[in-house]
Write a protein that binds this ligand. Structure first.
Ligand code: SF4
Length: 466
């Protein structure tokens, strides 16, 4: 349940989605960025923005708090001819929901005019910032993105590209980056490949998106993944790629496949929908429950619930209707208001669930607050039994690589086992996907991060809330 929409803040959240276009023959770049960002809206709903380069080399940057359709739709009615542009959608996490933290960021620095947008978290950002502060640097935002620009600008290297590569060598953590510099588009993916980034081509132009679902809108079928540790520069001379790092093992975020990415995307070599169906089938295989129907918590539980149903033979039904227009940013101080918020967002179809034994499939459990209310509502509307099944293992650890997960103390699975959680939230039973089953589904993949479930971090991290 993405309860950010209800103010309950009970889901992990990712930071951002990225878009970019390079067109050798000038075209209406802002409108193309609009369509890509529109398809990536699920990756960030707090702010949206674009930057594109005009003929005179000036970079125009336009961004605001709000959804893509609110902030950028005027570009559909305006012709803004350009060769190159980048775009961004963002959640407010680090630094809060402030316009200063919206992206892209565009500056004129010692290495020329640069615009940048970034998805991920620089895990050594605090240490790098401390050094810059000590030397007198001033930051306008709390985002890691501004830090990257500072590092490039203050680099002693003589030119932009040497500076950029020297900065990449000291950055740690998760970052997919798109940049504009002197009429060229630059794409970068961190050496461990935590966050996805895709590069497509159509009619001689290059298109970039965090997820492939954005390419479908523009009928781009020729695309590839930007490789971990790859930097690609696209300009009048074409496309040039090189590796700035070459690690033997990837750490692609498995939560992208479980929850964050859209089911119609291909991520890390997997169809997201198919991967989630396999998760549902595994949940069913380790579950010997008798029930009348399987219902998803829409939309994030849909694919896993279908997989569960097909593997178990228990009929799939839509027992909850999601209101896609319920908006967000409610403040819900009382339990009554929180229940109303869930009911606005997810309303049980009483005729379907009354008197039924239900398997309810959701993506993950963070604090358990949203699920507790949902179980109560489904029970009040007549369900006889409610068996909650989670399409992920227990979340036990924080993420340092671009996902906003609460502290260990706040994570319900650090305090209660499945049976205790069931008792607390009022379900007849609760079961998680075992971690070994998740690893088995991902077997043959190129290397996943699963640290929020296992505590096995792919790089050294400092746990603060122990
Ligand atoms: S810790 Fe979890 S959410 Fe963070 S990158 Fe790893 S798998 Fe993804």
């Amino acid at each position: 349940v993405n309860s950010e929409d209800t103010g309950l803040n009970d889901s992990p959240r990712h930071y951002c989605g990225l878009a970019a276009v390079y067109a050798p023959n000038k075209s209406n770049i802002p409108s193309q960025l609009f369509f890509t960002l529109f398809a990536l809206q699920h990756r960030g709903q707090e702010s949206a923005g674009i930057a594109y380069e005009k003929s005179d080399g000036e970079i125009v940057c336009y961004k605001n708090l709000g959804m893509v359709s609110q902030v950028l739709s005027h570009y559909l009615a305006e012709e803004k001819s350009s060769h190159v542009g980048i775009g961004h959608v963002r959640y407010s996490t680090k630094g809060g929901n402030k316009i200063e933290n919206a992206q892209p960021i565009s500056v004129n620095c010692t290495k020329g005019m640069v615009a940048i947008a970034h998805n991920g978290t620089i895990s050594n950002a605090d240490a790098l910032k401390d050094k810059l502060f000590a030397s007198g640097a001033i930051f306008q935002s709390t985002s890691d993105t501004e830090l990257i620009l500072h590092l490039i600008s203050t680099s002693p290297a003589p030119d932009f590209y040497t500076s950029l590569k020297s900065v990449l060598r000291i950055l740690e953590g998760a970052y997919s980056i798109v940049m504009i510099h002197e009429g060229r588009l630059i794409l970068i993916r961190d050496p461990m490949g935590f966050r996805p980034l895709y590069l497509g081509k159509k009619d001689g132009s290059w298109f970039v998106a965090s997820e492939t679902c954005a390419f479908d809108i523009q009928q781009i079928t020729d695309y590839r993944e930007v490789e971990p540790g790859e930097i690609t520069i696209i300009g009048p001379e074409g496309e040039k790629s090189e590796r700035f790092a070459n690690l033997p093992v990837r750490s692609e975020c498995i939560f992208e496949l479980i929850y964050f990415a859209r089911p119609d995307s291909e991520i890390f070599g997997h169809s997201v929908h198919e991967f989630r169906k396999k998760i549902g089938a595994r949940l069913a295989a380790v579950d010997k429950i008798e029930a009348d129907m399987v219902i998803p918590v829409p939309d994030s539980g849909n694919s896993a619930a279908l997989g569960y149903s097909q593997a178990s033979g228990i009929p799939f039904e839509f027992g909850l209707t999601r209101n896609h227009y319920s908006g967000r940013s409610f403040i819900m101080p009382t339990q009554e208001q929180r229940e109303l918020a869930i009911r606005i967002k997810l309303n049980p179809i009483k005729e379907m669930i009354r008197g039924k034994r239900i398997v309810m499939v959701d993506d993950s459990l963070v604090r358990g607050t949203t699920s507790g209310i949902l179980v109560k509502l489904v029970r009040e509307d007549g369900a006889k039994e409610i068996h909650l099944r989670l399409a992920s293992p227990e979340i036990l650890w924080p993420c340092f690589f671009g996902i906003d997960i609460p502290t260990r103390k706040e994570l319900i699975s650090n305090h209660l086992n499945s049976d205790q959680i069931a008792a607390k939230i009022g379900a007849d039973s609760v079961r998680f996907l075992p971690l070994d089953q998740l690893k088995d589904i991902a077997k043959g993949s190129r290397g996943f991060c699963h640290a929020c479930f296992s505590g096995e971090y792919p790089v050294k991290v400092t746990l603060k809330d122990e």
